[in-house]
Design a protein around this ligand. Structure first.
Ligand code: AP5
Length: 231
């Protein structure tokens, strides 16, 4: 679909959440995607689905994810390409945890061009490492609907139970402290170069992710609105 033909009033582009593990990418990406009625695409969730389903891809990804390392680009790019070519992505989409390497970013840039999208808007979530550990060790996720809680800062009304659908709240296996450290190292080494990559292209919007969920949400809404008309 050509750029001019995309529906007005919709997101109409790719928004990327870029930031370390626990910076709040998933929490905010879900809100933004719901607000604009576009898909929330978390490569972490997609990979966990493959692991749970015991697919070939899941079998390859499982030990890598358990160590807190990045899954090879070749596996991730395949599932991303397949996903964004579905019709529900034609009015835009929100990436959470992708791209994570310069090679992934280059591939995505090409894919977006091929599909007539303008360059992505990148929301860079900035936060201190001390806060990340607290957020990740305290995170609990609904096993049914995926709602994200935190036992310290965003507890459910009833311990261990999702407020929305009564689902059981579970802790992710990679949220143990030793795996968290490995994930932070992987971020610094392989993903943080993307900050400069996108800054040089003028697509980066910096957000103070240490603020409350509501405050961060407001900053992101302003960033998206202020750049929505720009091409
Ligand atoms: P993935 O699932 O993407 O995990 P991640 O990037 O490590 O990020 P998280 O989901 O841990 O954190 P988040 O920033 O989404 O924070 P959240 O909103 O949950 O990846 C997992 C693994 O999959 C990787 O290690 C890798 O192996 C593989 N993988 C995935 N994508 C890949 C790719 N593209 N290439 C290669 N490998 C890939 O919030 C965290 C907690 O903080 C929650 O409890 C939440 O309630 C709380 N919180 C959030 N915001 C706030 C706030 N403002 N104030 C207080 N608390 C808050």
């Amino acid at each position: 679909m050509a750029l001019e033909e995309r529906p007005v009033g919709k997101l109409g582009r790719a928004v990327i959440f870029l930031g370390p593990p626990g910076s709040g990418k998933g929490t905010q990406a879900k809100v933004l995607a719901k607000k604009y009625g576009v898909p929330h695409l978390s490569t972490g969730d997609m990979l966990r689905e493959h692991v749970a389903g015991g697919t070939m891809l899941g079998l390859k990804a499982k030990p890598i994810m358990e160590r807190g390392e990045l899954v090879p680009d070749s596996l991730v790019l395949k599932i991303v390409r397949e996903r964004i070519e579905r019709p529900d992505c034609s009015v835009g989409f929100v990436f959470d945890g992708f791209p994570r390497t310069v090679a992934q970013a280059q591939y995505l840039g090409e894919l977006l061009r091929q599909h007539g999208f303008r360059p992505p808007l990148v929301i860079h979530m900035i936060i201190s490492q001390a806060l990340l550990i607290r957020r990740l060790t305290g995170r609990r996720t609904c096993s049914v609907g995926g709602e994200i809680y935190n036992i310290y800062d965003r507890p459910p009304k009833v311990e261990g139970i999702c407020d929305n659908d009564g689902g059981e709240l579970i802790q992710r296996p990679d949220d143990r402290e030793e795996v968290i450290r490995a994930r932070l190292v992987a971020y610094e080494k392989q993903t943080s170069p993307l900050v400069d990559y996108y800054r040089r292209r003028g697509h980066l919007y910096e957000i103070d992710a240490s603020k409350s969920v509501a405050e961060v949400e407001q900053e992101i809404a302003l960033a998206v609105e202020s750049t929505r008309a720009a091409r």
